[in-house]
Design a protein around this ligand. Structure first.
Ligand code: MSP
Length: 516
């Protein structure tokens, strides 16, 4: 077993009722950047994603598509799997809830909850939103002008359901949940979400219906197959299925409790109330942290199937480039806040942050080196105050980024990196290495070495966000493949190393002229 520290990070598992849009890509992208950062920082990372394939919503969509639910799930799940490649995600596992290992884990968890006395048989009579796969109290719903009742928080239509059901004794867990939140102040983030959950739990919890009898597409309840498990009990269990539950040795012992579940703000309650209560009732430790990010709108509008304005991440990557899209999504909006997707902003960032700032810094530094230093890493002489200022800033970045990743402040990490890029560009202007070529070649070499080292450090840290482009920049800087993790952050470039011919990595985006 590795002596590295384990780190387990998960995305939510995606419903297979529809193909992925940019909102889904976003959750996974954030996890991918975090997983890559931790790997580079020497952790033994397990990064899990996958698809959520049971429940009434999937049963209904498959019927509407004229397909059986399994064939339908197989087909749509594949689009999420192929998005992994398109977006450059690096998961260590891809789970599907229709796998046999998952059914076994759900049933084992059920038996534990039953044996603990936390599950009893009854009858559910209340409101249910198929779109959210959620039960709502009447007070959480309102009637619209069209006469339809909807969940106030999500806008999903609710229907009245009355059927035999098993219940989980959630009402008995309120105090223990509050004690867990109290003892683990980092469990729910950001702070505003934590407050929202605290007040929900303090207001008193109702027992939760955890089985359905009016449809079939789910994991059968052990010993009572008329019932299928409530899809959220089924779905949340995926995080421990992956670890081999109910076998508590091996991966469960190593990676559980999960270090981080990243979720959208709409599903925070499931992850921070139901999930820890199920786990505690089953004698399993709750996860360490749940971070809820915000929602994207499209040019000011809510993204929805009915509006037909979902943004296809595959098309976006085709049009603007993979790393360009990855950078924009994580830079544009503070992680945790809501944000608006608009193309002008995307193009603006591609041209200013990537082409003009980062790309230009690399390109002008490396082309002067190619022209003046025989295409080799120059030798450094004594450092001036200006050299030390830039190098000092670049050296401090790793510690700063570690703190920011600890808080999932991905946008702040990028802001800090780009401030250093701006400093470095000002340094090039002030030092004017092209002018030193004739007057003081030794000083010119020092300036170029300082620039190359600053670019190297910044680029090592940009890797989790833009793996492809940074690999090309590191190639051009002559950084060997085994010197690209953070353990090599302080391994400086040796003078004299031969460099490949530089070429631009971040082209400007020019909008094609409308036809005609
Ligand atoms: N299947 C459940 C999760 C079960 S986890 C045990 C689910 N699936 S989902 O496909 O509807 O949503 C998956 C993720 O995508 C959620 O984190 C959700 O917040 C995110 N997003 C869906 N639309 C989004 C936006 N418009 N913007 C940002 N994220 C969005 O919920």
């Amino acid at each position: 077993m590795s002596d590295k520290r384990p780190f387990y990070v998960t995305t939510p598992i995606y419903y297979v009722n529809d193909v992925p849009h940019v909102g889904h890509a976003y959750t996974s992208l954030a996890c991918d950047a975090i997983a890559r950062f931790k790997r580079l920082d020497g952790y033994d990372v397990h990064f899990l994603t996958g698809t959520d394939e049971h429940g009434q919503k999937i049963e209904k969509s498959s019927a509407a598509a004229g397909m059986g639910p399994q064939a339908y799930a197989d087909k749509v799940s594949e689009t999420f799997r192929s998005l992994v490649g398109t977006m450059g995600f690096s998961p260590d596992g891809f789970i599907r809830t229709t796998e046999a290992r998952h059914r076994a884990a759900c049933q084992a968890l059920w038996e534990k909850l039953k044996a603990a006395g936390d599950i009893y048989e009854g009858k559910y009579a209340g409101w249910y939103a198929v779109r959210d796969e959620a039960f709502y109290a009447e007070s959480e719903t309102e009637k619209g002008p069209d006469g339809a009742r909807r969940a106030t928080a999500s806008g999903a239509e609710v229907e009245w359901v009355e059927e035999p059901s098993y219940f989980f004794r959630l009402s008995a867990w309120g105090e223990r949940l509050l004690a867990y939140y109290e003892a683990n102040p980092r469990f729910i983030a950001p702070e505003s979400r934590r407050n929202e959950v605290l007040s929900f739990v303090r207001s008193g919890l109702q027992d939760l219906s955890v089985s359905r009898t009016s449809f079939k597409w789910g994991v059968p309840v052990p010993g009572d197959p008329k019932h299928v498990m409530y899809v959220w009990l089924d779905a949340l269990t995926n995080y421990i299925t992956e670890c081999g539950y109910p076998d508590t040795t091996h991966r469960l012992a190593r990676f559980w409790p999960a270090d981080l579940h990243v979720v959208g703000k709409d599903i925070i309650r499931f992850h921070t109330v139901y999930w820890p209560a199920f786990l505690m009732a089953a004698g399993v430790a709750p996860p360490r942290r749940v971070y809820a990010h915000g929602w994207w709108t499209n040019e000011g509008q809510k993204i929805s199937k009915s509006l037909g304005n979902a943004i296809d991440p595959v098309a976006l990557v085709g049009e603007y480039g993979l790393d360009q899209v990855r950078y924009f999504l994580l830079r544009e909006v503070p992680f945790g806040a809501d944000g608006d997707f608009n193309r002008r902003a995307l193009i603006g960032r591609i041209n200013s942050d990537l082409a003009n700032a980062y790309g230009n810094l690399c390109q002008r530094t490396l082309s002067i080196v190619a022209k003046n230093c025989n295409g080799r890493v120059p030798a450094r002489g004594p450092a001036t105050e200006a050299d030390e200022a830039l190098l000092g800033r670049a050296r401090s970045l790793l510690a700063t980024l570690r703190d920011e990743f600890e808080e999932q402040a991905l946008h702040r990490a990028l802001i800090g990196l780009w401030e250093t890029i701006a400093d470095a560009n000002r340094y090039v202007d002030a030092q004017a290495p092209w002018a030193l070529a004739k007057t003081d070649p030794a000083r010119r070499d020092t300036v170029l070495w300082v620039l190359m080292d600053a670019i190297r450090r910044v680029t090592l840290l940009v890797q989790p966000f833009m793996p492809g482009s940074t690999a090309r920049i590191l190639d051009q800087l002559g950084v060997p493949a085994d010197k690209r993790d953070f353990a090599a952050f302080d391994v400086e470039l040796p003078a004299g190393r031969e460099l490949p011919t530089p070429s631009g990595v971040f082209p400007r985006h020019i909008e094609p002229k409308p036809a005609g």
